[in-house]
Design a protein around this ligand. Structure first.
Ligand code: SDX
Length: 380
């Protein structure tokens, strides 16, 4: 019996997918044939969601129709707000958002149907509702009322509006749009794999998405963006970066958050785009503290990893931290914002999974004892 083990499923292909392609050696990410760097530069998040879900970019009419389809879905059951008002607020907001996503299923008229029209209906709903449940949590924990959505704004604009209660500037909306596009999809990453594996039992979309949120929360995955900012806050200034990095690397198995990737062996192309966004925001705001600290961390990591003959580069979560900071978001909201973007990718994968499903059921090579004789409890 072949028991080849690939720990962490490293290098294992579980299926085919037409949604995105990563060339880890070149540092290239492609959504449905389009290079991510070009999409980040030229496309809105709505266009990208349409692309991921339909396989082609929308024309103007299709885009307007898609926006109109999303618009009625921002409202969430009042019970979500009650939940938020009753939850303790000392933990990661991901606990609240994961619980709210699960609750949305209980309030859906047809949560369990996994036929494609129903999955698509839920996808449209979740795309809008994720914005509402994320923004509302942030407001409610600060003692503020949730803000009614503005479906006339773009997804990026509405998200900023429901978070702050103010119509965002064009510049801020564009930065948010770029962040949403870059975080939308990334192949069989841990949370997407979890979503697909969960859906492969033919359970419902809400269960698959709730499981995915749980996976995204971890610091080795989407939780890294919050961890990056927490580290920068703890370090405090550029001079503190080097001793901090050396301290982390001196510990056995020490990992500097926001660096390294299972697939990219060179710089993550999303990190490259976000680095330039961060640089621009720092210049425009006149406050370059977070960007300067990030550059210093990249410099020290490059040097230290080169000493070990390794290239461990910033990933998407590294420069998104300083970008989100300069947009004014609290650090523990960075991972929920990742979820607001990634719902589109998760749903694209659920469309594929339900359309041609096979139960995911891998094996573990048994490493325990055999042949023991049972001894009754009174004789043990
Ligand atoms: C995301 O996969 C995706 O697509 C995810 C994502 C997406 O879009 O969905 O791209 C988003 O989750 C980005 C990753 C965010 N996580 C972090 O930033 C956490 C810090 N990074 C690492 O823990 C790590 O790099 C991982 C988890 C991202 C990747 O883990 P791997 O592939 O299991 O690699 P590894 O930890 O075994 O590291 C291999 C070597 C190590 O050598 P050894 O010590 O094992 O001999 O690379 C070095 C390390 O030397 N290394 C690091 C490092 N990452 C790798 N050294 C220091 N700090 C790091 N962050």
């Amino acid at each position: 019996m072949d028991q080849t083990i690939n720990r962490g499923l490293d290098g294992v292909y579980i299926d085919t997918s037409a949604i995105s392609f990563i060339d880890g050696g070149k540092g290239q990410l492609v959504y449905r044939g389009y290079d991510i760097t070009e999409l980040a530069d030229k496309a809105s998040y709505e266009e990208v969601v349409y692309l991921l879900w339909n396989g082609h970019l929308p024309n103007a009419e299709q885009l307007a129709e898609f926006r109109a389809e999303i618009a009625p879905h921002y409202a969430v059951p009042g019970a979500v707000y009650d939940l938020y008002r009753n939850l303790p607020h000392g933990h990661s907001p991901m606990h609240a958002i994961r619980t709210a996503a699960s609750m949305l299923g209980a309030y859906d008229d047809d949560p369990d149907g996994v036929d494609l029209p129903n999955v698509r209906r839920i996808g449209l709903k979740l795309l809008a509702e994720f914005q509402t449940i994320t923004a509302a949590y942030e407001r409610i924990r600060r003692g503020l009322q949730p803000v009614a959505p503005r479906p006339d704004l773009s997804l990026a604009g509405n998200f900023l509006y429901t978070l702050t209660g103010e119509v965002p500037s064009e510049a801020a909306t564009r930065v948010m749009d770029v962040a949403l596009v870059l975080h939308a999809e990334h192949g069989s990453n841990a949370s997407t794999f979890v979503a697909r594996a969960t859906a492969s039992t033919l359970t419902d979309v809400y269960s698959a998405i709730t499981a995915a949120i749980g996976a995204l929360k971890g610091p080795l995955h989407g939780g890294a963006n919050t961890a990056v900012m927490q580290a920068l806050e703890e370090i405090g200034d550029v001079a503190g970066v080097e001793p901090y990095v050396l301290g982390v690397l001196a510990k056995p198995g020490g990992r500097v958050m926001g660096f390294g990737h299972r697939v990219y062996k060179v710089l993550d192309p999303r990190a490259q785009v976000l680095k330039e966004v961060s640089r621009k925001l720092a210049l425009e705001s006149g406050d370059s503290k977070w960007f300067d600290m990030s550059l210093e961390m990249e410099r020290v990591m490059d040097r230290e990893m080169a000493k070990k003959g390794k290239e461990v580069k910033p990933n998407v979560d590294f420069f998104s931290a300083s970008v989100y900071r300069m947009l004014g978001f609290p650090s523990d909201m960075y991972t929920p914002i990742f979820a607001v973007a990634r719902i589109s990718g998760w749903m694209a994968h659920l469309f594929e999974q339900y359309a041609d499903n096979r139960l995911m059921r891998p094996r573990l090579a048994y490493s325990g004892t055999m042949g023991l004789e049972f001894v009754p409890v009174e004789r043990r």
